[in-house]
Design a protein around this ligand. Sequence first.
Ligand code: TXE
Length: 480
Amino acid sequence: MENIKNYINGNFHNPISNDWIDNYNPSNGNVYGQIPNSSKDDVENAYIAAKSAFPSWSQTTLEERSRILLKISEGIEAHLDELAQAESKDNGKPISLAKAIDIPRASSNFRFFGNAITQFASESHESAGQNAINYTLRQPIGVVGCISPWNLPLYLFTWKIAPALAAGNCVVAKPSEVTPMTAYLLGKICNDAGLPKGVLNIVHGLGTTTGQAIIEHPDIKAISFTGGTATGAHIAKVAAPMFKKLSLELGGKNPNIIFADCDYEDMLATSVRSSFANQGQICLCGSRIFVEQAIYEKFKVDFVEKVKQLKVGHPSESTTNIGALVSKPHLEKVKSYIDIAKKEGGTVLCGGNEVTVSGYENGYYLEPTVIEVTSDECRVNQEEIFGPIVTIMPFKTEDEVLQMANKVKYGLSATLWTNNLKRTMRLSSQIHAGIVWVNTWLMRDLRTPFGGVKASGVGREGGFEALRFFTEPKNVCIKY
Ligand code: TXE
């Protein structure tokens, strides 16, 4: 059994209450370890460690902070295989994906913010004619909370922690209880990199116990959260009256809009990826596919043929394209939408069935599923499923598809396939989303603002947006 511990003040500790929860391996449905279900007392100890470390860390020079963050980045890189194996085992994602995307991006997150902090500056404003100069300080907040989800565990965990540390804060962080392993392994990498004790503290446990203790802690001044919209709303309700700074990266139901003038083969290959990467468990997946009428029938045949070629298999197999879904409850939730779609008149063009992978009969496997819908207003087209299920339907005009694209409560990302420049500019400016990809998907420049509108969240991560979130601006005005 692989039991893990909390990482507090640079050391590893059991939960004070000695309360543990099972950690499942999605590929075979077995319990393979136990993780702390940390209580308020554990979170308080983590907070005290962070508070004690803050004076020194916030006064550490940018060069020294940068040096340590770059060493953490190198440490993640040096442990790529171990971390990728752990991620794949914990989440059910193919090992190929963990090795190519998840872990390299976790390393990039620390490298990017280790460099960005040495370039981060603030403004001054001369009040002409008044003999006054204003300068803006951007000071670290203090102890901040970082709470992350199970779909891209180390990738999203470090996406919050790296800028928080770079900006001079100390952190109480909680990964998802469903995928805690790589966060646990990060602790030793941080120690080896020379991160001072207490600067980063990692507590494990359920959202309702450990997560709740973090968001309601009176002295944890900012919360950076990625997860479901419902949980984001709950966090806002708790934190708002405490005047905490909030960054909420929530769910999505992203349109993939395909015009007849697109580069067809590139669109087709990328649309398979944007539909089913990570078993469709990425908030940025293009789960609603709208295709211009002129190529709809051709697309339907070609897309279904390509999806049928995707191999559902054990995550450790190099040939696996679709691994296991992250948990039994999530598999059941995703499966339920197939019945819902049928009841609403949808047609399952391929997939729709659980898969039994020989030798792993109790694993959580589902075929990649394409459902043709007759209306954009059906539940399967409105609600975030967060699994290997996409819908397709035709459209005739730009206005029609723009209306359908925007007619959901979410507004995270959108993908647009066209070579018509004016149409690109028109639609990109009118789509309700924080990110619009044109003729590509999931191409990421970490300097860009990342986040969504409406029920997809509040605030932006990435680049200087993240460093601004994790600092407090103060204007100093001097008359001379
Ligand atoms: O998210 P949760 P889950 C969507 C997706 C998924 C749904 C729920 O649709 O089906 O959200 O997924 C912690 N106080 N996304 O269960 O519950 C929790 O422990 C403080 C989209 O993963 O939001 C975990 O660490 N923390 C998303 C984290 O919040 C609490 C990616 C996320 O858990 C808490 C994942 C509380 N009261 C799911 N309750 C994306 N945007 O990428 C829970 N948590």
